[in-house]
Design a protein around this ligand. Sequence first.
Ligand code: ADP
Ligand code: MG
Length: 392
Amino acid sequence: MAQNPLTRRKVDAELSASTPSGASPQQPAIAFDRVTVSYGRGKNSTDALRDFTLRVSRGETVALLGPSGSGKSTALKSLAGFVRPTAGRVRLSGNDITDLPPARRGIGVVVQSYALFPHMRVRDNVAFGLRARKLSKREVGERVEEALGMVSMSEYGSRLPRELSGGQQQRVAIARALAIKPDVLLLDEPLAALDAALRQTMVGELQRLRDALPDTTMLYVTHDQTEALALADRIGVMRDARLVDIGTTDELWSRPPSGFTASFLGGANLLPCKVGRVSGATALVEVGEKMLSATAPEPMSRWTPGLPAHLCIRPHEIEVTAVGAQRSLRARVTTSVWRGASTRLTLAVDGLPDQLIDADVAGRADHPVDEVVGVRLPDPAGTLVDTAGGPR
Ligand code: ADP
Ligand code: MG
């Protein structure tokens, strides 16, 4: 796919920020330098991770977000030492660890499947990483209790993993990772095996943990945008083995640099449009037969009149009204799916041909298929998104 020029610039900036060697407090806690991981050989070789560059500051939480198979776990494993990069280097606080065995990296790792030892009691599972470190028995005991306390599992030290719920097992896995007091904590879809209600609780717990460990740097892999938004300072969006966008949660949500990121982070209507007159941070855009106003994100110089782009409109920002209501467009309902707290309507809007629009209305909306309704777009109607980074 065409590389998003914004992303390209960010990658270059990240690279030029690197210095050749030596640890210092100014060094990022985590650095990936153009890491590529290929599986297989010759004709059958595939890149699971391609030219991956990322810096994470001390104490920062970065989420890697992307669909299944996009290379998220491979990135995390290359830092943990579970896979060897075909090219590129990984560093912790400026120290090149690419050739170090996993156990000597001092990284805490939590995976989706918990990976607890089934025959060991909770306390021994948590102590496992400590026993190899020649700590006194008392010190091990104290660290285990402290780690169990951090995940509210102090009462369960004598249980076996099978005597715990999935959520409790995952807390033990987190405690085990924390017991070694790692500077860097890697979490690979830690909540994916839990049911929705428990996931919500655990996101709250992870937020508390993150705030209780302000110096711990976290890399959190997920395909779930709500987890990424709730936990991360910045989000890196992965697609087809590459990091395609990186930014603060707020930047990526309100000014998505690409159509892919707009859709993946929160769902979006992406309407092909043509940029018209630009004034300040607002542009007039031509969508079908309509002229709409759009927020034009920085850098402004790229939004030149006549440029093809996409207009990103979030489904929950669209209002469904009576036909003929002020500032409304006429539309026909093509599908209506109740989702509990909201109903998703798909609408064919007059004047916006060849494009169905999703709108989320609160509660259980009584708009049967084929009903004709009014649709009021927000003002500005949406945010301009580069076509270069847009959907294929
Ligand atoms: P994600 O975590 O984003 O779902 P992964 O990093 O696990 O993605 O995988 C990225 C790509 O690499 C996928 O296409 C996957 O099939 C492939 N892959 C992962 N592990 C291996 C392996 N051990 N051997 C061959 N291919 C692999
Ligand atoms: Mg994975």
